[in-house]
Design a protein around this ligand. Structure first.
Ligand SMILES: [Mn+2]
Length: 429
């Protein structure tokens, strides 16, 4: 077609203008070249149209000087010189929970991996105030609120043992407040990578990262960060949740608090069969979600199973499955696994959940009876917690795991250990 038009135009020129070159032949022989050129033009127009459509969404400005402010480490050269190790920022040796400068459980602070190594730190609590992965905002307030949540329990010399096992974790393990992970408060997508790096940084020193969220998008960078340190497929995960969090994309988003499990499995960080789900109920997963879990060999324990068989039986199954997996274990605890009676302060409450009396011993036992390499408590939303109930339970859940870690360090690994002093009153029966 193109050659014909060219020829028609050419043939209308006066004969004298024509050269001796056989233009018609030239055009015919170059037909493939012209076809390619036309295709390039068509593709270019299509690309321009696509770019026009993309222009309808607002992209980041790479030249904005505040682009990476949220993850800039401040200049420390003028700080007083110090040896690496945990830093005690309190003036007094101990006190009640409402006194002193708030850190997680009033623990000393650490800022670098060198601090963790020098202090031989067992557990580093890392705040991750991520909020954009949930439709209901407020979980980003979780870390600050948990730091301020020790209302009557003591710290320092005033700490007390967990009555069930008579172990005071503060005496047995070295734990620190590692500060907060960097958060672009407007983007989960931009935030997951620096969180993953921080979790890996902690795990690589041999310290257990304990991440306080934040919404459950965190499970993705947390578990991936631990897997970066210990190896792909080397870590099993217990996922406590009302929901399975392995859904497909939402509005094109590849990560939110409804997808972390799917991403971790599809990217190969954790084998499906080593992903164990506990507490599912309500309306999600749907049939397709259950089929996806079966296809990927996940193990799951719904509230329906717990209703049928009782908590004690299901709890033992979970503990057996935790032990029947890779050497290392990660526990991801969405506080909405508890019934809303115990956790009004969460973004996606779902009636018919676990009680605190069911969940506390399982968390303690998982952390005592396994080689725990990471833990997170997520979806605690203080803005929806008028009676302080969720804050108390969040605080206690973290303490249950810390107590378990302390028991393991002390060599108390007997299954379901309880202190004889606690469960027997001394009478002969
Ligand atoms: Mn969740």
């Amino acid at each position: 077609m193109g050659t014909r038009i060219a020829w028609v135009l050419y043939s209308r020129f006066p004969r004298a203008w024509r050269t001796r070159v056989n233009v018609r032949w030239t055009l015919r022989s170059s037909r493939p070249v012209l076809v390619v050129a036309a295709a390039v033009i068509v593709a270019g127009v299509a690309l321009a149209q696509t770019q026009e459509q993309e222009g309808a969404s607002i992209r980041l400005n790479p030249d904005d000087p505040t682009l990476d402010d949220w993850k800039q480490i401040r200049e420390m050269a003028d700080d007083p010189k110090r040896e690496p190790g945990p830093i005690n920022i309190q003036r007094f040796a101990g006190g009640f929970g409402w006194t002193g400068i708030p850190t997680f459980f009033m623990l000393p602070v650490a800022l670098t991996p060198e601090d963790l190594v020098a202090g031989e730190v067992d557990v580093a609590l890392l705040g991750a105030p991520l909020d954009m992965g949930s439709g209901v905002r407020g979980a980003g307030q979780g870390p600050k609120t948990l730091r301020a949540s020790d209302k009557y329990l003591g710290w320092g010399g005033w700490a007390d043992p967990h009555l069930h096992v008579m172990v005071d974790w503060m005496d047995e393990i070295t734990a620190v407040d590692y500060g907060d992970a960097p958060i672009d408060f407007l983007s989960v997508e931009r935030t997951v990578e620096p969180i993953r790096e921080m979790v890996r940084e902690i795990a690589e020193t041999g310290t257990v990262p304990m991440i306080i969220g934040g919404d459950h998008s965190l499970e993705y960078p947390n578990v991936a960060g631990v897997a970066d340190a210990y190896g792909k497929e080397k870590v099993g995960v217990i996922h406590f949740d009302a929901h399975f969090d392995a859904g497909p994309n939402v509005n094109g988003h590849l990560i939110s608090h409804s997808q972390p499990v799917r991403r971790l499995i599809e990217e190969g960080h954790v084998l499906g069969k080593n992903y164990i789900q506990v507490g599912l109920r309500g309306y999600w997963p749907n049939e397709e979600g259950f089929e996806w879990m079966r296809e990927h060999e996940l193990r799951y324990h719904t509230m329906a199973e717990i209703e049928r068989d009782g908590w004690q039986a299901v709890m033992e199954r979970v503990l057996e499955e935790a032990a029947d997996g890779p050497e290392y274990l990660y526990v991801s605890l969405d506080i909405d696994v508890l019934d809303p009676a115990f956790t009004p302060g969460t973004g996606t409450p779902e009636p018919g959940g676990l009680t605190t009396r069911e969940l506390f011993p399982l968390i303690r036992r998982l952390c005592a009876e396994n080689n725990l390499v990471g833990f997170d408590l997520v979806e605690f939303n203080p803005l929806m917690d008028p009676g302080y109930t969720t804050g108390l339970n969040a605080n206690r859940l973290v303490r249950e795991c810390l107590t378990g870690i302390a028991m393991r360090k002390m060599g108390i690994v007997e299954k379901g250990y309880l202190s004889p002093l606690t469960v027997e009153d001394g009478r002969l029966r």
